[in-house]
Design a protein around this ligand. Structure first.
Ligand code: XMP
Length: 411
């Protein structure tokens, strides 16, 4: 929730250049400090919480109740800068690109002469992982692209050709769509879908790895936010939000050892790494796509038919965003299929079809997000285009929820 922050004590190293005439901060929990500890000062407060920032200057201990890390907190980065550079006197040496050689060296040290298989989807995360590991171990990297049948329209074959022909990776394409559709038949629970997909992925990789000698490792493009959101820490009130297929969906007993070179990075940092590795812009800056794919963008049971309907709608939506120069202004946009049927009218006939939900959000790292404000003309145009061209959809709605309280994906 956004709250206005009021200043109690102006001079504090932690809040230098932080306060504006009207400072808004994001506070999502109801806990509050009610009594100030001995030797602490109150720096700022909100309407409902009297001790929102506190400090013990001599001991250099600070307490901040709101979330300085989220975009909804104006100027929140300044709090981190002040803490690191003014209070802890840290020197700024770290930059993303300089991590490239460290990662490559680490992979060399861990893998030695063994082989690694990489789950390559063609999204920016797994693409960057594949290019990094390829730099470290060349032909000992085997990239496996598993076509689940749940990808965006035509994207998988395009990705395969790029990685094989342009980047000369050792890449193998497996069509596993039949198995995925079979296992997901009549499954409507989101967590079950995620677990089934995660387990199936690993089974396929383990099976494939047996076809090569000395495969000991599985490389994945797990990012830091995936780990945070899949974790449920006991003793804390924060609960597990969902099982990201490349974290929570993995079976407990896995024969391959995991390599996750990006697990401490955020998406924008991965994109910077991708740029420095010469990754094509349309792959590097493509909107994020979840591992479980369209299975979690179709509410309830999935089928080939529903996937085909959704692929068509999504393709029209994304093409239109690119054509209208909106694609790069948005962190993530996609179409989802709400599989409740409603009545419509086409020409003189009654229709009874599914609803297409459009989502478009702005965000910095996917941890928090706001819906994108489209011009009305765009919404009119895209709604007509989808309904007129996609058989199976007779209604289009636009999702205007932010994260929190909603999430970016629907399941
Ligand atoms: P949510 O829905 O949690 O999404 O707000 C945050 C970001 O994570 C992506 N996402 C996933 N990525 N495997 C992934 O690799 C997953 O299972 C998964 N679930 C969500 C989502 O698309 C968004 O960018």
């Amino acid at each position: 929730m956004a709250e206005q922050l009021f200043i109690k004590k102006k001079k504090s190293d932690l809040t230098k250049n932080f306060f504006k005439s009207n400072t808004t901060v994001w506070m999502s929990h109801e806990d509050a400090v009610v009594k100030i500890p001995k030797n602490f000062n109150s720096i700022a407060y909100t309407k409902d919480s009297k001790l929102t920032i506190i400090e013990n200057k001599r001991m250099k201990i600070y307490g901040v109740q709101f979330h300085p890390e989220v975009t909804h907190t104006e100027n929140g980065r300044q709090i981190f800068k002040n803490f690191l550079f003014l209070i802890c006197k840290v020197k700024k040496k770290w930059n993303v690109v300089s991590q490239k050689s460290r990662i490559i060296q680490e992979v060399k040290n861990i893998v030695k002469k063994e082989k690694v298989i990489c789950a390559l989807s063609g999204g920016v995360d797994s693409s960057v992982v594949a290019l990094l590991i390829n730099k470290a171990i060349k032909k000992n990297l085997i990239c496996i692209m598993v076509d689940t049948g749940l990808m965006r329209k035509d994207e998988f074959k395009y990705n395969y050709k790029i990685f094989k022909n342009k980047y000369k990776l050792n890449v193998k394409l497996i069509d596993a769509s039949k198995t995925f559709f079979k296992k997901l038949k009549n499954i409507s629970n989101p967590e079950k879908k995620r677990k089934i997909i995660g387990n199936l992925f690993i089974k396929i990789f383990e099976k494939q790895s047996k076809k090569f000698s000395n495969v000991k490792f599985l490389a994945q493009g797990t990012l830091y936010p995936d780990i945070i959101e899949s974790k449920s820490s006991s003793g804390s009130k924060s609960s597990k939000i969902k099982s990201h297929h490349n974290v929570g969906g993995l079976p407990k007993k896995m024969k391959l050892k995991l390599i996750e070179p990006l697990k401490e990075f955020f998406k924008d940092e991965v994109r910077t790494l991708g740029d420095s590795l010469g990754l094509l812009k349309n792959i590097c800056y493509r909107h994020p796509f979840p591992g479980p794919g369209l299975a979690i963008r179709i509410i309830g049971n999935i089928s080939r038919d529903k996937v085909r309907i959704l692929q068509e709608a999504d393709d029209i939506y994304i093409r239109e965003l690119i054509k209208c120069n909106l694609y790069n202004k948005i962190w993530q946009a996609y179409a989802a299929l709400l599989t409740i049927k409603t009545v419509g009218v086409m020409g003189d006939s009654r229709t009874y079809e599914y609803t297409c939900l459009l989502r478009a959000v702005i965000s910095e790292d996917g941890m928090t997000a706001d819906y994108f404000s489209f011009p009305k003309d765009f919404l009119n145009k895209i709604s007509n285009k989808i309904i007129n061209n996609v058989k199976g959809i007779n209604r289009v709605v636009y999702d205007i929820s932010s994260k929190p309280p909603s999430t970016i994906e629907l399941e």
